[in-house]
Design a binder for this molecule. Structure first.
Ligand code: V47
Length: 353
């Protein structure tokens, strides 16, 4: 069947269809992706008021794309104390944050309890704040470092107050590309298994895809299809987040950014292929705010949040170090013709701004 007929009839798309979608022109893709988005959410665009915290950049792993971890190109190792983390949360809570997003490097010096105690203390002092913390890459690192099974790690996270898992560490699932860009880190199967176990506990998580480096379009489709298969099984993913690779201060040596057109195609294709993941997030920290606003017309229904501080992508050149002011964010969404809807971390609607 012709790909356009398949899109018209709403049939599930397979790998070959996914690759063919990239050959369609941008506006044909937009027409189908926007239709899907509108059926689900109309003109609503979701965001949350959140604070990103990256408590340590000391890392045992070496990913070629990473500019955040302390290394030869970024020789500024740091580890925040729990008091520093708590005072960040306290300060941010005065501005009404509903979520802390906590992602660190793989620090083998501080001990497992440093991580878990941090979550316990935040939950104890700020029980109303949702803790989204520990990527599957961090879970894998901590499990192996301390001789625990993934399930033991997950039980410990839940006991310590972690509410949901961020989508980081997925990168690109294709094993050959993965070996080249982040050898030794969590494998694709391990990443998926950790999320599977997390979902089996009744918890939600996100899924990212780092693209625009050495992968090709087929690798991206393969990545999305592995996520779709797990989602068929568990239903535990809230959203999919394509992250545009940022090229400064790292060891990957990729000279050019993915184009705006390729980003918008990828957002639209994600909306069409991932028929079972409810939300597609245009993560403005890597796309810029302007392109994230345009992505709303191409199937994206979520713009992450105000972020406040961000160290991972900004270390590699992204303009996200200081987040975005809430009033500016809301005005930009409105001016682009969409309805800003503040959500909690589990996508319950809190307020239409
Ligand atoms: O997996 C590292 C990425 C991720 C670069 O769940 C880079 O809502 C671009 O987990 N260029 C971690 N990206 C961030 C993460 C995340 C981010 C936003 C939203 C959510 C969510 C989760 O940061 C890593 C990696 O793919 N990253 N270096 C870089 N040079």
């Amino acid at each position: 069947m012709d790909i356009l007929d398949k899109l018209e009839s709403g049939q599930r798309l397979d790998f070959d269809d996914g690759v063919k979608l990239y050959d369609l022109d941008l506006f044909t893709l937009a027409r189908f992706a926007d239709k899907r988005r509108k059926e689900l959410y109309g003109k609503k665009t979701f965001f949350n008021i959140n604070r990103h915290i990256n408590p340590t950049n000391i890392c045992k792993d070496i990913c070629k794309f990473c500019a955040f971890s302390a290394n030869r190109k970024n020789p500024n190792p740091y580890t925040l104390s729990h008091d520093e983390v708590l005072s960040i949360v306290e300060d941010a809570s005065k501005r009404g944050i509903k979520e802390v997003h906590i992602v660190s490097a793989h620090n083998d010096k501080v001990g497992l309890e440093w991580y878990m105690d941090m979550f316990r203390k935040i939950k104890e002092r700020f029980p109303h704040i949702h803790i989204k913390a520990l990527t599957a890459a961090e879970v894998n690192f901590l499990a192996k470092e301390y001789g625990l099974s993934f399930e033991q790690m997950i039980d410990m996270m839940i006991e310590s107050g972690v509410d949901s898992m961020p989508g980081g560490g997925a990168e690109i699932f294709d094993e050959e590309v993965r070996d080249y860009i982040c050898k030794g880190k969590v494998s694709s199967d391990e990443w998926l298994q950790i999320h599977r176990l997390w979902h089996h506990k009744g918890r939600k998580s996100n899924a990212t895809m780092l693209f625009g480096h050495v992968e090709n379009r087929a690798h991206r489709i393969d990545h999305m299809l592995r996520l779709r298969a797990l989602q068929d099984e568990t239903g535990g993913f809230n959203c999919f987040i394509p992250l545009i690779y940022q090229k400064e201060n790292n060891y990957l040596n990729v000279k050019n950014f993915v184009t705006g057109q390729e980003y918008l195609k990828t957002i639209a294709i994600a909306r069409l292929i991932l028929d079972n993941i409810p939300h597609i997030k245009a993560y403005w920290a890597t796309s810029t705010l302007s392109l994230a606003l345009v992505a709303q017309e191409f199937g994206a229904d979520d713009l992450d949040g105000t972020i406040e501080r961000e160290a991972i992508q900004s270390a590699a050149g992204a303009p996200s170090r200081y987040g975005v002011a809430l009033d500016e964010f809301v005005a930009l969404i409105k001016d682009s013709g969409f309805v800003p809807v503040e959500r909690d971390s589990l996508y319950n609607e809190l307020r239409e701004w």
